[in-house]
Design a protein around this ligand. Sequence first.
Ligand code: ACM
Ligand code: ZN
Length: 767
Amino acid sequence: MKLINLSQILLALTAIAAGANLHARNIAQYNTIPLPHEVEAMPGRPFIMGADVKIAAGQGLENEARFMADYLSSGLRGFSTGDIELRADLEDSNPEAYTINIDGDRVVINGASAAGVFYGVQTLRKSLPSRLDADGTVELPAVRIYDRPRFAYRGMHLDVARHFFGVDDVKTYIDMIALHGGNTLHMHLTDDQGWRVEISKYPLLTQIGSHRDGTIVGRTGPEYDNIPVDGFYTRDQIADIIAYAAERHIQVIPEIDLPSHMVAALASYPELGCTGGPYEVWQRWGIKEDVLCPGKDATMQFITDVLDEVMDMFPAPYIHIGGDECPKTRWKECPDCQARIKELGLVEKEGVSPEAQLQGYVTAHACDVVRRHGKSAIGWDEVLECQVPDDAIVMSWHGVTGATEGTKRGHRVILTPSQYCYFDYFQSPDGPDEPFAVGGLTSVEKVYSLEPCPPEMPDSHKSLVMGVQANLWTEYIKTFDHVQYNVLPRMAALAEVQWVEPDKKDYENFRSRVPHIMSAYDAAGYNYAKHIGDVKVHYETDRDLHALMMTCTALPGYDIRYTLDGSEPTVGSQLYTGPVALDRDCIVKVNTFHGDGIPGRAVCDTLGINALTFGKVSLVNEPYYVYAFQGAPQLVDGLRGTKYFRTGRWLGFSVKDVDATVELDSPATLSTVTFNTVVKPEDALADAESAEVYGSSDGHTFELLASQTYEPDDPKADHHISGHTLTFEPRTLKKLRIVIRPVKKLPADHPQGGWPALLFIDELQAR
Ligand code: ACM
Ligand code: ZN
């Protein structure tokens, strides 16, 4: 055992803690994030941690002991008697398992490996308060903790190609992963907009490919910012990152995204493309038709050489070879590609084109190169579009489909389903307060709700699920502060998906533990999103009362107060004590108040009750899956959407008509139907093309009551709500059918010209 005496390291602090043991008021809290598998309170005295605590490290655990010492010195303001003993002789089938046993005399962390000890150290440090009150000592109640991760692969991805982040930022990102029990950093090193790793055989990749002159403003411009973006990692810097990560039991997986997303490489070596260029490092976002030309031997050699060098640099057993979003446009026209297709005898088979099979040829080649190094290739789930070598690992990002299909075909899989794991998506519905983002809505709660072994996956396939990862694409993320904001605290929810067994997951319990890990973020100086502290307001339809039942939850220690007249809640407003029935038009505002009377951020909803509200609604066509939220009932749920369309109040449709039939609670005499849409040209949100209203007085046969055709939007229109009213002679009706047609193809002068519009609809109303 090697003893590190912290009183020697922290001489300056011992005076503060002198005589401290008698009045410890800081108490360790073991329900950390991720929640340990078993936490059992034990009888007996607590351990008092104060001045001169000693860390006893078993053979080979000096690294873990040093972390323990560092965490204590930076996180605590005093130390005292007693020992922390680190051992690695735990017998457990899971090599990352650990136990922590604490009594009045000592703290023992025992791991099944050094990694297990490291996770025990993490749990212990997270158990301690980040700031100490009173005398600077901490009381650690006697306890027995047993923990092990559910999944062996626990990843976080960082796109350093779209915007570059230097070595220090990457190290901080690694620290953030370590804090959350992750063990993998996936670095997306190459893309159309930048090549970020030095390759000695192809020096132009970084001389030319690591620079772009500017970046498009917003999603589609037309302006460019003309601010150059530069940067790449040298071999030494990569080695530095890998060593830093390894100390924290984190493997670094490099991604060379091929054969698509390769414009930066083509700008450097145009001869590797089908047309020969010239090409420029791309300043826009999206999918480019220019990809590597697998018809040329030089390209296949390039793939071999680059992967060889990358594997030389990165010791991880996995290399990511990309494979996503590869248009086949150029290959169809390219004589070299067509000659290759002929040479390989590729013909259309079971609906898979020869060009799609040509991508399979590239994937198989890359897998071969990787296999020769005794490693396995990981590919995005598009690799399943054709035959793929058995040892390839599939990274499922199109929902969980890549995982279910991949495991069915015997592949190991990693889940990164975009709806749950894309941390570039918005994390909160409130538009004006949020930094610009790619789209979508992935709240902390949504991340938490991911079950990586979906019900449709047979039990026999589940052992092929290696684990879970979240991805951070950085098209719209230029600073590391913004990286942290997007990742924290969603990474905390991810950690529980990665570590905690499904039967122990409980979102409200998790939420109550988040403030504690946020204090660790504060102590480390991390930027993070705070929406989880906002009051959560939930509405349930009560048909008997013809009302919405409002329930509210807040973090422990907060009062909830509300108003119904649109005024700001104050400490004098109505105190929320239980569900509230809302049965008339009103503007609800709810907020939380801590003991000091300082409010959080108010939640506001507008409620409107009419003949259609709470009716039975059915849709012929489903909404677009990204904006399907709670589905059809939302159209008549009494809750109106504001112009921010990701709030869950709106339903988004694309291409297919909104074709809704609403059965009224009881027949009503009606003469007006209204609905709203959202117009936002830069996001392809356009007003309806036309609308029709049909009525049925017998509940079976319908007649057309009103119809309208709408002018196309002004392509320069500001983001706004567009309201529509259709009127007809008064009728007593049992059912209404409302058809609203989206624009199928936006006109050429529209910012999203040529694409189908998104049609957002809210609150079908009738009077
Ligand atoms: C991806 O999001 N294109 C993997
Ligand atoms: Zn070609």
